[in-house]
Design a protein around this ligand. Structure first.
Ligand code: T4K
Length: 369
């Protein structure tokens, strides 16, 4: 096969000359990590861009999940979704917390608020939903349940950079939200992430926790971890912030193109934009109904692969199917029918800012018979 591979995503890269200028500044200053000036500037610029009060930068999108659970002193059981990247549940495991999986709403892929209350026990202390593919969870209903039972809510918003509902950032929901700035995300700092919080006191505590718990030169206030972002990635992040809007708009155009072409294909469905929501087009999942389409999801996935169109089956298998979690009572497939159905039918099509029409046509030609 000599066609060029079309990968599921491609990273947004800063202008190399501008990056070089910033690297020179870092070299001159010799301050390369530990809350440097680019780190402080990126926290401030992200808070403004994302319309949130406080941002704490992290070295990836997994450590803010682990740290948020620590900061809120979450123990016992946490209600979460099996339809996510495995890091969501791993963060609970790393804190000695038992995950309790609840099924998803098939229209969004997000945890189904109707099913949360039945999963609450005296040991439940929090809910950890995921805005999967950047589609906002029903945050109002989740908050109402949390308030009724005195639970904390930590959103894994790894996919939800820049997503807004009726003009308000989705990141303002719950007690805290986390972001991933991994290379594969809409906005990346190579590796990176952030924790979003609502008040200065929490921001201070999180900043201690990501620096071993140090509050000053000689005082350690908690068993923190090292999850600080360095100056080089903060500089890269500042440059990428300038072009992320254009990148999201380019993704939007790809989504329009896909939707126009796929709407009439029997057995293939996809998610439309939600009313009042500013989307980020981070992923473009399609769902294959084998009977109607005449081919299973895996048959289509491997057919695409043969033609070097490298979609991905995010999120298959479900987290509840991995060996660490399979034995949990809530992992029983009978408890998670919608999640299983979605995981067994999904293919995320290539989606990034540089996809050209010729590539989009190559992708669509694999699907449209
Ligand atoms: N919560 C949720 C809901 C998440 O989705 C994630 C991460 C996290 C938490 C944790 O955040 P981080 O700790 O990762 O910041 C990827 C990413 O590694 C992972 O960040 C992401 N979710 C997950 C959904 O996808 P892989 O193993 O599928 O990526 P990989 O290496 O196969 O790359 C996919 C494609 O992207 C490649 O085929 C080509 C392209 N690519 C990738 C990289 C790394 C590039 O073009 N350049 C690159 O440098 O996991």
């Amino acid at each position: 096969m000599n066609t060029k591979p079309i990968t599921v995503t491609s990273p947004l890269l800063p202008n190399l000359n501008e990056f070089h200028e910033m690297l020179k500044e870092i070299w001159d200053s010799k301050w390369i990590t530990n809350n440097g000036s680019f780190h402080r500037q990126l926290e401030a610029e992200l808070a403004k861009y994302l319309k949130v009060p406080y941002v704490s930068l992290f070295t990836n999108g997994t450590l803010p999940l682990i740290t948020a659970l620590q900061a809120l002193r979450i123990t016992g059981e946490v209600i979460t979704t099996p339809y996510s990247f495995v890091a969501t549940t791993h963060s609970l495991w790393w804190n000695g917390i038992k995950p309790v999986f609840v099924d998803i709403d098939p229209s969004t892929g997000n945890i189904d608020p109707d099913k949360i209350e039945a999963a609450i026990t005296p040991k439940t202390t929090a809910i950890m939903p995921v805005h999967v593919y950047g589609k906002p969870c029903d945050t109002e209903r989740i908050q109402a349940i949390a308030d009724k039972y005195g639970l904390k809510v930590i959103y894994d918003a790894a996919h939800a950079f820049g997503v807004e509902v009726n003009g308000d950032s989705i990141l303002n929901a719950g007690d805290m939200s986390t972001l991933s700035f991994h290379a594969t995300k809409v906005y990346n700092t190579v590796e990176g992430g952030a924790l979003i919080m609502h008040d200065e006191k929490t921001k201070k505590r999180i900043d201690y926790l990501k620096n071993f718990g140090f509050a000053g030169e000689t005082e350690v206030v908690a068993p923190g971890i090292n999850s600080k972002m360095d100056e080089i990635r903060a500089a890269y992040g500042l440059l990428n912030l300038k072009q992320v809007d254009a990148s999201i708009e380019a993704r939007h155009q790809v989504a329009i193109h896909y939707r126009e072409a796929l709407r009439s294909v029997e057995g293939i469905t996809f998610m439309d934009d939600m009313s009042g929501v500013k989307h980020n087009y981070s992923y473009f999942p399609i769902f294959v109904d084998a009977e109607k389409y005449g081919m299973t999801r895996d048959e289509l996935y491997f057919k695409m692969k043969e033609q070097n169109v490298l979609g991905r089956r995010y999120f298959y298998p479900l987290i509840s199917e991995f060996s660490t979690y399979r034995g949990l009572p809530s992992s029983n497939p009978e408890n998670l029918p919608n999640a299983h159905k979605m995981a067994d039918s999904v293919i995320c099509l290539p989606m990034h800012h540089e996809l050209c029409n010729e590539e989009i046509d190559r992708i669509l030609n694999c699907i449209i018979k």
